[in-house]
Structures are given as structure tokens and as C-alpha cells.
Design a protein around this ligand. Sequence first.
Ligand code: A1LUD
Ligand code: HCS
Ligand code: ZN
Length: 367
Amino acid sequence: MGHVETAMSDFLSQCGGVAVIDGGLATELERHGADLHDPLWSAKCLLTSPHLIRTCVEVMCGPPCGLLSIFILSHVAFFPNHYGKVHLDYLEAGADIIITASYQATIQGFENKGYSLEESENLLRKSVEIAREARELYYSRCHEGLTDHTADDRILNQRPILVAASVGSYGAYLADGSEYSGDYGDAMDLEFLKNFHRRRVKVLAESGPDLIAFETVPNKLEAQAFALLLEEEEINIPAWLSFNSKDGVNVVSGDSLPECVAVAESSNKIVAVGINCTPPRFINDLILSIKKVTNKPILIYPNSGESYDAERKEWVQNTGVSDKDFVSYVNNWCEVGASLVGGCCRTTPHTIREIYRNLPSRSTAPS
Ligand SMILES: C[S+](C)CC[C@H](N)C(=O)O
Ligand SMILES: N[C@@H](CCS)C(=O)O
Ligand SMILES: [Zn+2]
């Protein structure tokens, strides 16, 4: 087996068998005041507020460099979380994997806003850089062993951390909630989807992530397009393929989940497969169904169970489960077969901290 195939199993061993994925990024940005009523949704923050995603350094002082950056980073490390710092919050909640803000970041979406090809590609790169810098800041905090008053609740535990470059679906780019229907019309074909994602995937892969996260994938055709792209573009970074479901049986388009998982199973470059942005109540049965067709690690990062109003770009509140209920399911999902667990839309660092603390393999970890 090559290094891509073994990367995830090696990582999971280092994590004690189960890795923690972060929680919702876009919805956490919103909780910190970002307005995502835009076709770019969370990718809009790459244009305007990277500080919300990572840290307040750039807002205060411009990009860090040299001695100045050592001063700024150590100085910023003592600032409370008033700017958000969403990746950092997830790391301090115990996430082993953070997912970049590129879910709805596409070259086509940026070009629609008037950015050039070069600028659009730079914005994609920036999403990975922001996550990598957050990881560095986290490591420097671990190293310094910060224990200010607000740190009581933080998990400052030096551990391997992966940056996963998010690739959302074509439906996400459409910005009309199509990733929850998977219906791209009869005229859609594999070539179109491959070409839509080709340059984006290549640029993200070359930006230095540890993983590519194809996420909220709504149908089999797009899964095939992603698997083929990894081959055609000779991408040598491991990837995961994560589907969503709204009935607990099929993926959202109605395509068979086992057939979708079989697409992942047939690719050496796909190192984990599973479900995200799906209500928690469906997860148990979905894991059982996935397990029948793959030996790859299974990843699970459901949403809160609330529903999304795509027209208003708002969540219908109070229709989901509490953090307490969400977390109470997690160990059961691991018992039936999940090896990577976290949260998607409307889950928060609090959800992730509780997941981390409740995992038997982590509950004794220093905090
Ligand atoms: C996973 S959904 C909540 C993402 C947002 C959607 N593509 C939109 O633009 O409305
Ligand atoms: N990684 C994305 C997934 C949206 S379904 C986010 O958390 O915003
Ligand atoms: Zn989601």
C-alpha cells in the first residue's frame, strides 16, 4: 500500500482509534455576526473577514512576518475570542481535523463577482493558508501552555492535526440549496461536473492541505466525477467522500447509498467515506448500510437536525436536537462503525468539545 492509502489508518491510530472532525464552519461564522446572505455563502468571508475564520492578526496589523509576527502571534494568543477565530476555537475544542472555508468557494463563483482567474485561485489558496496558520497558532499556544482565565475550557493538547480542504458540490455553487436535492436536471453529465471542479480541486490540492474533503455530495454522478478527477489530475493527497441523506436510506438525490459508497470503495485515493450535514436521527442506520459495502474508515459529521430555508438562506430554528442529545449518540455511532466523528451545520465548538470529552479514548487526555 502507498502512503496515500495508509495515511488515514496511520492517523486514526495516532488518535487512539477515533478522530474528531470540527463542527459547522459557516454557521459558526454566522453566530459570530457574519452575514452569509450571498451566493458565495461562507466563501464570502474569504473576501471580507479572514479574521473571523482564523484570528485577529490581519485586521489589527496586516499579515504577520518575521520578528513582528512572533510578537503579534504571542500577543494575539492572549486576546479573548472576541473576533471569533473559528478554526482555532475548534482546535481548542479538541478537533483533530479542521475543514477549510472553501465549501462554496469556486473559481466560477468568484468570477461571477468580478474577480480575475488569478484572484479567484488566490482566494482558494487563502482558505487553506488560513487553516494552516490557525494550526500553527494552536501549536504555539500548546507550547506556551497558556492558562489565562478564559482558557479553562480549552483543550491545549499537542496532537497531530489535519487540514482538510473542503470541496462542496456543484449544487453548493448554485446557492439555491441544490446540495439538499442533488437534482441537477437531466442534461447534467460527468464531463460537465469534472470540468466544473477540475481547476478548483487542483489549486486546493497544491495549496498544502493534508486531505481533500468532498462534502455534502448529493448524488452518485458527482461522486464519480470527484473520484475520476483524483485520477485524471494525479492528485496525491488523500481524500474523503461524504454524502448527505434526508431519509436515512438513500443520498438526498434518491441515489442508492451503497452504490455511492462503492464509488469511494473503488478509489485508492479515497481514504474515508461517510455522511455529513444530515439529521442525527438517521445516522445509525446509514452507518449500518455503509458498513456493508466498504472497509474504509467511516466518517460521520451530522448537522444539528434543523432544516435550511435555501430561499431565505436561514435555518428554521428549534427543529433540531440539543448538543446533549447529539453527543449522547456519538459513542453509539463509533460502536457501530464510525471512526471519524464531528458536526456539520449549526453544531458549534461546544458540540465538538463535548464529543472529544465523551470519547473513551480521549477522556483521559490532558486539557
Ligand atoms: C449546506 S447548505 C446550508 C449551504 C448553503 C447553500 N449552498 C446556499 O447557498 O444557500
Ligand atoms: N464545511 C461546511 C459544510 C457545509 S454543509 C461548513 O461547515 O460550513
Ligand atoms: Zn452542513
